[in-house]
Design a protein around this ligand. Structure first.
Ligand SMILES: Nc1nc2c(c(=O)[nH]1)N=C([C@H](O)[C@@H](O)CO)CN2
Length: 117
């Protein structure tokens, strides 16, 4: 079983959607991110720099979603996972992106992906 650093239900506002009316509004997205990382190294040294800083990564995701614009949540998820892997040297991650307002009869809809470095 791999160790994980995770972020759960990070709420961001993004301009996201395939329809014209969606290109001039912000909509809520909820993101879950699980990143594989050996917890024993930071635990031995009690050193933030030896782990994946969930606060720094949360701030990065919020800025990414606010500043970038896509039609599909698949595209957002793919680009975001590429950047998180590269910038934070993540070996593998699972990213879930939910768009809770998209289908009124559903609690949420979205995509989930698993990517490795
Ligand atoms: N698999 C997807 N299906 C749909 C998406 C999407 O991003 N991925 N987007 C839409 C619309 O933007 C919708 O959210 C508007 O309410 C429809 N289907």
């Amino acid at each position: 079983m791999k160790d994980i650093v995770f972020i759960e239900e990070l709420k961001v506002l993004a301009v996201i959607g395939v329809y014209e009316w969606e290109k001039s509004i912000q909509q809520e997205l909820l993101l879950d991110l699980e990143m594989e990382h050996d917890n024993r190294v930071p635990a031995q040294t009690d050193d933030l720099s030896k782990t994946l800083d969930y606060e720094a990564i949360s701030n990065f995701i919020t800025t990414f979603c606010t500043e970038r614009q896509f039609e599909l949540i698949e595209t957002l998820a793919e680009r975001l996972s590429e950047e998180v892997i590269q910038i934070f040297s993540v070996s593998a991650l699972t990213l879930t992106v939910r768009k809770p307002g998209a289908v009124s009869a559903a609690r949420s809809v979205g995509v989930k992906l698993y990517r490795t470095a």
